[in-house]
Design a protein around this ligand. Structure first.
Ligand code: ADP
Length: 270
């Protein structure tokens, strides 16, 4: 059984104006980026995965449960969603209370919730700020609090909505490490993002939406090798991929680190 099964799903907010058209894919563990230009249907797809919306035709199964037969509240134990803007997610005035809210909400005891919250705060390196007001923290730190609030529920699926937006280098580095650690723990990590460098560095699989249709779905390197197809969806591969190609390297490099390793190993005395 796949963790997520999206089977021939179509959806329209307004009859006759389809936003998603016959989308089919399945997901298990690993990291998956959903990319596409604005309006291509990414957010709608995530809302369908959270059962906040239900398909007009087709079905979505989360761990075998049809989203038409469940609710977002019931799915909270399985699917966690980190909002794009932490200010839309955070509502408590103490970091620990904020991070304990999710576990308490899905029925954990106070001790269990506290333990899970502390562990999640350790993961994002903010355990020393647990007594502080989230609004006294920097935006990067608030983002990490909002991530910890989801990690504390220990869901099998974690969805990030544009996690690198408005993040400084420190915040981005932290988020990249969190994504890699979650993947190592066997979770399914999904992100919606416009940040192709982030996709190249952290995500194993890419799903490209274009005007509500699934245009490409495959391993990241393969998807970013199809520049011509990406261009039809107004997308470009990561900068490093483009740069390496422009200066004559044949392969598809997904990160600067990958290219530097390749380059050093190709030097005569290496
Ligand atoms: P993306 O996340 O890729 O930018 P969205 O899923 O937000 O795409 O939007 C896809 C299409 O659905 C857009 O044309 C958008 O205007 C429309 N849309 C999004 N939300 C609503 C809504 N609540 N009511 C009506 N139309 C919507």
């Amino acid at each position: 059984m796949n963790l997520i099964e999206v089977d021939n799903v179509s959806f329209a907010y307004t009859e006759g104006i389809p936003v998603l058209k016959n989308v089919t894919f399945s997901l298990n563990s690993g990291s998956v980026a959903i990319i596409g230009q604005n309006g291509s249907g990414k957010t709608t797809l995530v809302k369908l995965l959270k059962a906040l919306l239900k398909p007009n035709t087709g079905d979505i199964f989360i761990k075998g449960v049809n989203t038409k037969e469940t609710t977002a509240a019931k799915l909270a134990k399985t699917v966690g969603l980190v909002f794009q803007n932490p200010n839309d997610q955070i509502f408590k005035n103490k970091v620990l209370d904020e991070v304990m809210f999710g576990p308490l909400n899905i029925g954990q005891s106070v001790e269990e919730a506290r333990e899970n919250a502390i562990r999640a705060l350790e993961t994002v390196s903010l355990v020393d700020k647990k007594e502080e007001n989230p609004y006294d923290l920097s935006l990067s730190e608030r983002k990490l609090v909002s991530i910890a609030s989801i990690l504390s529920m220990n869901t099998d699926i974690v969805i990030f909505d544009e996690p690198t937006i408005a993040q400084d280098w420190w915040g981005k580095t932290k988020i990249k490490n969190i994504v890699r650690d979650l993947v190592d723990c066997g979770k399914l990590i999904i992100t919606i993002t416009h940040d192709m460098d982030f996709v190249g560095e952290c995500f194993q699989r890419v799903i490209v939406l274009s005007r509500g249709e699934l245009l490409l779905d495959g391993p990241t390197r393969e998807v970013f090798s199809k520049e011509d197809v990406l261009r039809t969806a107004y997308l470009e591969p990561p900068y490093v991929t483009q740069l390496c190609r422009a200066i004559g390297y044949g392969g598809v490099f997904l990160s600067a680190e990958e290219f530097v390793k390749y380059y050093e190993s190709s030097l005569p005395n290496s």
